[in-house]
Design a protein. Structure first.
Length: 226
């Protein structure tokens, strides 16, 4: 095995390694295209029409018959699935204006060796590709902040505008670790505005500690009433 092969193997292992490392990537859509910030762009049919408007990256694939225009970026490490104090978090702020067909735009999260999550937007609902069902409603035509969290890489929560609206399961299959957003639906399109996409491995409150705190706070109230 020569040195190049060793490097490739090391990189491949590093992409899926689980550990306590924390890191955070952001794409703020402030006038530079994702591929200028290390995202890999894949297109079909010439890709979407693209521009920036009010600090958002606008993707318009409604005029193409093969409207594929997606952006992918890797993950240096994954969270340790046995450590509930750290989680993979992805936050994005998105306005869906027009949809031709269904399930576009999309956002995919792949965790090498653990599994994947795939979300596709309808005009006012979000579809989970691998769970095979609609998982959340939203008001179209306005921006919403989304936050997806998984600490065990088996289950995840999705919050919209600060409220958890869904708890789901990670589909147990993925060969790489990557975040992928854009219009990945063939023969369908959309006009969507991405204000930002941010993701990483970060410290989160332990679910048990929140429950414990709630119990401690509720305790005196309960005692007082008896
Ligand atoms: Ca922005």
């Amino acid at each position: 095995m020569n040195r190049v092969h060793i490097l490739v193997v090391a990189l491949a292992l590093g992409a899926g390694r689980a550990g306590a490392d924390t890191w955070w990537y952001t794409y703020e859509a402030d006038g530079t295209y994702p591929e200028q910030e290390g995202w890999e762009r894949t297109i079909m049919g010439g890709g979407a029409q693209r521009w920036f408007e009010d600090g958002a990256f606008v993707l318009d694939s409604t005029g193409s018959t093969e409207p594929l225009d997606i952006y992918a970026k890797g993950m240096p490490t994954l969270p340790d699935p046995n450590d509930p104090t750290h989680a993979f978090v992805c936050e994005w702020r998105l306005c869906v204006n027009t949809i031709v067909g269904y399930w576009s735009p999309t956002l995919f999260l792949l965790f090498q060796g653990y599994g994947d999550i795939g979300l596709g937007y309808d005009m006012d609902q979000i579809y989970s590709f691998f769970e095979g069902e609609y998982i959340a409603d939203f008001e179209p035509g306005v921006f919403h902040s989304y936050r997806l969290v998984t600490s065990d890489l088996e289950t995840y929560t999705l919050a919209i505008d600060g409220t958890v609206v869904y708890t789901g399961e990670v589909d147990p299959w993925a060969l790489t670790s990557v975040v992928n957003f854009g219009d990945s639906a063939e023969a369908r399109g959309s006009l969507s505005r991405w204000d930002y996409v941010r993701y990483g491995v970060t410290a989160v409150p332990e679910p048990g500690s929140i429950l414990l705190l709630g119990t401690i706070m509720a305790g005196p109230l309960w005692r007082r009433s008896t």
